[in-house]
Design a protein around this ligand. Sequence first.
Ligand SMILES: C[S@@+](CC[C@H](N)C(=O)[O-])C[C@H]1O[C@@H](n2cnc3c(N)ncnc32)[C@H](O)[C@@H]1O
Length: 375
Amino acid sequence: MGHSGGERLGTDRPGTDRPRTDRGGGRGAFALDAAAQRGKAAAKAAWWTAAGGLAKFMTRPTEGKAAPRFSSDAPPVSQARLRRAYLSAFEKDAGDVAAGLYPPMEDAPSHPAASILKAWDFLADAREVDGRRRRGDGVEVRDDPKSQGYPAYYRQNFHYQTGGWFTADSARRYDAQVEALFSGAAGAMRRRALSLLAKHWRGRDQRALAAIDVACGSGAFLRDLAETFPRAALAGVDLSPAYLIEARTRSGRGMVQANAERLPVADGSLDAVTCVYLFHELPPRVRPIVAAELVRVLKPGGVLAFADSVQPSDEPHLARMLEAFPAYFHEPFYGSYAAEDLEALFAAVGLRVIGRDKAFLTKALLLEKAQQCSP
Ligand SMILES: C[S@@+](CC[C@H](N)C(=O)[O-])C[C@H]1O[C@@H](n2cnc3c(N)ncnc32)[C@H](O)[C@@H]1O
């Protein structure tokens, strides 16, 4: 695999010097920031709920002869409870901004015209996605020469998305698809991992800290990391060159193209690794390999900030919805992920859970590598 530049983790610090803790003012100093975060979240939630609703109306994914069949013994999900969980994701996010853990985040394009174009592009593609869903074709990308040479588990149209992980259009469209799926809550959910890391790093000199975001995708979480820790050495890692280009533009940080199973990073060299929404897309045999690799690159005492889908064991009342998800959004490994004991998986490679959080459909864990290896 080639590198797409800027991979020297120790040196990749842009010129910004706005450490969050330098803003002063004591408690309440971030109340305006929190209000801004709430305002943006409300606009974003309304926007993406409308776009997602329109896509559903256009494609009616559960109707028609070819619609995927789904049945479950689990009870129906309480919509009122789901809505409360959804709203609490935004509340937690604004609460962390108010507490000065991180600044208000720009999850959406700042220009309205860009938001309209993104939503338009998402809607224009929705029929293509639905066609794949109805054909049950989750491996169309295997015919694309660009997908040659990647692991078989990776050469799929996850979420039935056009181009899989292999095209610039897919990378540009990905955030709209995720936001429409989660009605604008994706950023707030991902930031549960940021919240745990920001609490853990509070008071530390950022200039001495180095971290990578593994499977950074189009860079949403890496951008949040960069906003929160502007002086830390941060880089993104992903297998997709197209997504890395998008992530670089978005975060301004260096990128490394690599498989998470074999990171081109020295043993014990990082203070943190972050990893968001990767593990549910890995086959069961690969998850322990990646977990071991994430631990390998951490310093003793370093932390993994992890976020991924909640599992039925976390939220039994959501079981039906979590079972339906892979049927409608090609997720070939989600069923085994849902049953995986993640804490045991990480414990087996030497990580101890030191923080937990949840928001809507995402759980976050902060896991620490032992200071010293036991003999
Ligand atoms: C669901 S996306 C998550 C992206 C991002 N973390 C986010 O929060 O939106 C999964 C990402 O994992 C990457 N990926 C999947 N398998 C990988 C592997 N073995 N090594 C590195 N990246 C991988 C994909 O290219 C994709 O960008």
